[in-house]
Design a protein around this ligand. Structure first.
Ligand code: NAD
Length: 304
């Protein structure tokens, strides 16, 4: 029997599954860093989503106790010092596939919203305006080219969905050789040919500002940019310039260099549709994340 500390909310079915398997599950969400430090040594496993930061001091304290496993419900491990955990012999696991469809659908929603002025039309109609002419110059997805940067789980879902819209799909990913639903190209070709560009890469040293002023220069005039991956992969100042110059028709952003970003010129820009990092935020995805979290814990510690 393991003692499992739930630090960020997970689906109640997942909590029940871990309890039914004989584990003691304690839900203590929203702890301050001090409370977390005090609490963590009493547990064998920690479950977190993105809110709880598991940095070196927490890991060192946890290692003085019994902690053997951290499960991150979701994909990115940016909130966990994974190198330190490995040095201390604490296994870190995540649930990468559970939210791919949800993120791909949000990227598709951003593409559609950007193409048809849904952001500004929604805001201005609520103010009593009727800008039929201004918002009547939209784009169609059908027949246009979608360029995917990164071709992992989320991109594959999006490529499949884009097929339904009869888009042609290109991808740039140095670590993937071929794909059924998309054609591999180099970054320059993708930038020069795509009508829509959607990012699905982690934020690393290598991908920091992958889209910066020189890359915007290479793009087609009137391109749509979507980022439902990670802030920092696009230089926001360069994106703002490209929106103001008309190079970029519109941008759909779920992630930001700083979160929450506040009322920045980019967030307030009329050609930008924003959502508050809700890519994985569907009821179905949360259920799948919960199921996966419970399975990881039960597989690791066993069942009574
Ligand atoms: P994945 O690991 O399956 O795919 C990422 C792909 O990026 C891989 O194929 C990898 O080869 C590629 N890649 C790495 N470095 C690259 C580079 N320099 N250039 C081009 N490609 C590169 O990940 P995924 O599950 O598809 O997730 C993609 C991103 O979406 C991650 O950053 C993840 O954190 C983010 N995400 C966001 C949300 C949200 O709420 N908005 C939710 C889940 C995931």
């Amino acid at each position: 029997m393991a003692r499992v500390l739930i630090c960020d909310p997970v689906d109640e079915d997942a909590v029940r599954a871990m309890k039914d398997a004989g584990h003691e599950v304690v839900e203590k969400t929203g702890m301050s860093p001090e409370e977390l430090l005090e609490t963590v040594p009493e547990f064998d496993a920690m479950v977190v989503r993105s809110a709880t930061k598991v940095r070196k001091p927490v890991l060192e304290k946890a290692a003085q106790g019994n902690l053997k496993l951290i499960v991150r419900g979701g994909v990115g491990l940016d909130n966990i010092d994974t190198d330190v955990a490995a040095e201390l012999g604490i296994k870190v696991d995540n649930t990468p596939a559970a939210s791919s469809v949800a993120v791909a659908e949000l990227a598709m929603a951003h593409m559609l919203a950007c193409s048809r002025y849904l952001g500004p039309a929604n805001i201005t109609m609520k103010k009593g305006e009727w800008n039929k002419k201004a918002y009547g110059k939209g784009k169609e997805l059908m027949g246009s080219i979608l360029g995917l940067i990164g071709y992992g789980r989320i991109s594959r879902e999006l490529a499949r969905m884009a097929g339904g819209f009869e888009m042609r799909v290109l991808f740039y990913d140095p670590y993937v050789d071929e794909a059924d639903d998309a054609a591999k190209v180099d970054l320059e070709t993708l930038l020069g040919q795509s009508d829509f560009i959607s990012l699905h890469i982690p934020h690393t040293k290598e991908t920091h500002y992958l889209l910066d002023a020189p890359q915007f220069e290479l793009m087609k005039d009137g391109v749509v940019i979507v980022n439902c991956a990670r802030g920092g992969t696009i230089n926001e100042a360069a994106l703002l310039d490209a929106l103001n110059s008309g190079k970029v028709f519109a941008a759909g952003l779920d992630v930001f260099e700083k979160e929450p970003p506040g009322e920045t010129p980019l967030v307030k820009h009329e050609k930008v549709v924003v959502t508050p990092h809700i890519g994985a935020g569907t009821v179905a995805a949360k259920k799948r994340v919960g199921t996966e979290v419970a399975r990881k814990v039960i597989d690791f510690f066993g069942k009574e």
